[in-house]
Design a protein around this ligand. Structure first.
Ligand SMILES: *[C@@H]1O[C@H](CO)[C@@H](O)[C@H](O)[C@H]1NC(C)=O
Ligand SMILES: *[C@@H]1O[C@H](CO)[C@@H](O)[C@H](O)[C@H]1NC(C)=O
Ligand SMILES: *[C@@H]1O[C@H](CO)[C@@H](O)[C@H](O)[C@H]1NC(C)=O
Ligand SMILES: *[C@@H]1O[C@H](CO)[C@@H](O)[C@H](O)[C@H]1NC(C)=O
Length: 321
């Protein structure tokens, strides 16, 4: 089932182009300047559980394969080390279903604290337990230096500029490093932002300088074909790789959409299939609501209704030199 929480909201955006560096074993001779960059092209359709037992909103994976989840009840940040059967609880009392983002260049975990009536973006530097304020923190509102409590997307670019999907205000704001206010993303330069517009069953693309989104994938789907997908249904999570292919988490599926360069249309294929309703079978998720990737390209998805995180191992990748 899809929680009412998600109806009609723009849920999540990710603007970056996924770049996966070589795995540690291959890096010995090119540790500082990798000559090859690889990105995953397919994942095992069977996932397995790497975190469970919580009402997970935000999801992030650090460069050491630790999985972080924002647990909504009780409110806390959890860190699941690889193969751990129990998490480490952190920052108890300060979390809701907030998005998380692991920023590899600074090895910091970014999060949004909305609980205290003052939505603020913080970061946790490596090894630290005391967060540092990064952006916003001027109370609840619709000013350019304010957010509403319902923040549904968080992204941090290479240099540290922060993007927040302020869902109740139906906008995306960018807060540049050391700024005192955000800018509407449509006004920013050199940015392309993808938004899952859940209630309208579509993925919107906002190109810099444009105030209007372009629909790149639409729905709702009426027929379900096992191999070819043309439409989506209540999308909640979206991720775009550096070739422009789009991953979408919708009703109970993860699908991948490959661009037809000439027509601008996308053709979908199934990465992982789910089933509506709680079940204990890890291959069948219900409502994938957030994505994250580790540095080797394995895909992690919050399986919202089943209160867990599933991991889908990368099966093939494409490399460029
Ligand atoms: C896919 O994942 C399943 C479950 O973890 C595993 O049993 C299977 O061997 C994997 N398939 C491949 C081709 O790696
Ligand atoms: C941001 O402020 C810090 C501290 O004043 C400074 O060291 C840094 O260079 C500034 N960064 C940018 C991008 O302005
Ligand atoms: C793009 O669409 C056109 C028209 O349907 C088709 O002829 C072409 O093969 C497609 N190209 C790709 C890369 O899918
Ligand atoms: C899990 O789902 C798969 C795919 O539909 C099915 O083949 C398998 O039997 C299920 N396993 C269990 C334990 O229900």
């Amino acid at each position: 089932m899809i929680s009412n929480l998600f109806f009609g909201f723009i849920i999540l955006f990710v603007t970056n182009l996924l770049t996966i560096q070589q795995s540690a074993g291959q890096l010995t001779s090119t540790k500082c300047i990798p000559t090859t960059s690889c990105f995953p092209t397919s994942w095992n359709s069977s996932g397995y559980v790497v975190a469970s037992g919580g009402y997970y909103g935000g999801l992030a994976v650090d460069d050491d394969f630790n999985v972080y989840v924002a647990d909504g009840n009780p409110r806390r940040l959890q860190k699941w080390a690889p193969c751990a059967v129990q998490p480490v609880n952190m920052l108890e009392g300060q979390f809701s279903h907030n998005p998380l983002f692991f920023h590899s260049p600074s090895r910091s975990l970014y999060y949004i604290d909305t609980i205290l009536g003052n939505p603020t973006v913080y970061k946790l530097l490596p090894g630290q337990t005391v967060p540092v304020k990064v952006a916003f923190g001027n109370g609840v509102g619709n000013g350019l230096n304010q957010l509403q409590r319902n923040c549904r997307g968080l992204y941090v670019n290479e240099v540290g500029d922060v993007y927040v999907l302020d869902a109740s205000n139906q906008r995306v704001l960018k807060w540049m490093v050391n700024a005192t206010s955000g800018v509407l993303i449509a006004d920013a330069v050199n940015n392309v932002v993808y938004v899952a517009d859940t209630g309208n069953h579509r993925i919107q693309k906002y190109i810099s300088g444009s105030v209007n989104g372009i629909t790149v994938i639409s729905g709702p789907y009426r027929t379900i074909s096992p191999t070819v997908f043309r439409e989506i249904y209540y999308p909640q999570a979206v991720f775009v790789d550096r070739t422009g292919n789009i991953l979408v988490g919708d009703w109970a599926r993860i699908t991948k959409w490959i661009s037809n360069g000439s027509t601008g249309s996308f053709t979908g294929s199934l990465i992982a299939d789910g089933i509506q309703g709680f079940n204990a079978n890890a291959t069948r998720m219900d409502t994938p609501s957030a994505f994250a990737f580790d540095r080797t390209g394995n895909l992690y998805a919050v399986d919202w209704s089943n209160q867990r995180v599933l991991k889908f191992n990368v099966m093939s990748q494409q490399c460029t030199t």
